[in-house]
Design a protein around this ligand. Sequence first.
Ligand SMILES: NC(=O)c1ccc[n+]([C@@H]2O[C@H](COP(=O)([O-])OP(=O)(O)OC[C@H]3O[C@@H](n4cnc5c(N)ncnc54)[C@H](O)[C@@H]3O)[C@@H](O)[C@H]2O)c1
Length: 455
Amino acid sequence: MVGALGRHLALAGFMGAGKTTVGTKVAELIHRPFVDLDAEIEARHGPIPELFEQSEPEFRRLEENVLAEALAGPDSVLALGGGAVLSPLNRERLKERAFTVHLEVDVDDAWERVRGSNRPLARSEHEFRRLYESRRSLYADTAEAAAVDPEGVLLAALGIRVGRGERPAVGTAALIADERVLELHPLEVDGETHHVPAGEAAKSLDVVERLLGELGLSREGTIVAFGGGSTTDVAGFVAATYLRGIAWIAVPTSLTGMVDAAIGGKTGINTAEGKNLAGSFHFPQAVVIDPDYLRTLPEEERRAGIAEVVKTGLLAGREVWSLPEDEMIRACAAFKAAVVLSDPYETKGRRAILNLGHTFAHALEAGSSYRVRHGDAVALGLLAALRLSGQATDDVEELLRPEPVEADLDAAWAALKRDKKGEGVFVLLEAPGKPVVTTVSDEDARAALSALIRQ
Ligand SMILES: NC(=O)c1ccc[n+]([C@@H]2O[C@H](COP(=O)([O-])OP(=O)(O)OC[C@H]3O[C@@H](n4cnc5c(N)ncnc54)[C@H](O)[C@@H]3O)[C@@H](O)[C@H]2O)c1
């Protein structure tokens, strides 16, 4: 099981941690129902202070029933009452049916938020602090991850960790590493090491065949992918197919990898017919992001990553590119995690928004026989999408400075039509933060494409 995929996402934590506020926001972002256990109890049985007054054991029994019912329903975001984890039965049921995140809060902040409320256990500060201490370890033991805000919950829900010095925690593993990256950043795991060529060359059937032959892991083993998006794509694909699928962990080292490629379970390789034409959905158990690896990333690779950051900012309606680097990466990774959680296997159309600007980008890459770099093509693609949307292009122009490129318009147009399978559907923006999947006439699309090509 990977994070909250295919199971409930439960938030546990002390009174005042913000479970309702954070839960409501997360549920909206990942398109799941939100169930507030306390509100549910009150709706059915009356005010909690009164229920508590009458009999705490009886209240706990009602709480158990309401939780069991919610867990039997469709995958949701659940805000648990502060004391729900006291019940061994609840803890067991949560373990079976939910991914539980401990929403942490400082005791002083919690007290500030709840003092003066009518919560039965928040009447005396002394008692409140005592209770906080006594419950803390219970939350930590029940939960599989901890967070303090919506972004943290979203990241945890897909097993993503962001932080300087973060390293994958694995037992026996096989490291599959971009050879150049491994030279720059020696990473050791307990087990075998396999090299793949630096960059896109790794995404080939030959490399997959070699790795499948070399690997000596059992079904319980784990593959650790270490490199940019090319490495995580190929290593994830190998993990999906070796012995019919084993666990893997992604350790992205490029900006594109950290904000995009390593997140979301899409793995794949290129074939003679084109990019990413063979692949599989196979979610990594964990994505371990250490922004420190970026210090050796070549400038042009960084620019390519920034193009994805700008795409994310446009989709999220937030100037994520202005944030300090670590926060920027965290925000982008959390945004992608939310979109992915809302549509993990691309069956509901929601993941499609992540293609903003990419339809034009792929067309330019193909129309230039892949001489145009992906990052430059994405920058131009975003420009075209914004123009077709009637939205301001200033941010893209200032941040990415896209310049028209040499490409064959007819070849690019043919590639675009192929990419769209003749549907004429594009991702545009009604406003920053409001992506729409809509049709564009051939005439407008071709004119937008043409404007990206040097005449
Ligand atoms: N699976 C997905 O959802 C998804 C999403 C976006 C992109 N992708 C794929 O990701 C690939 C692009 O990813 P990428 O831009 O990370 O490219 P990449 O993996 O090809 O790496 C680009 C270059 O950067 C080097 N590099 C990486 N990290 C480095 C570091 N820390 N220091 C020095 N050099 C470093 C690599 O050796 C390589 O030469 C494409 O194949 C694309 O299809 C996949």
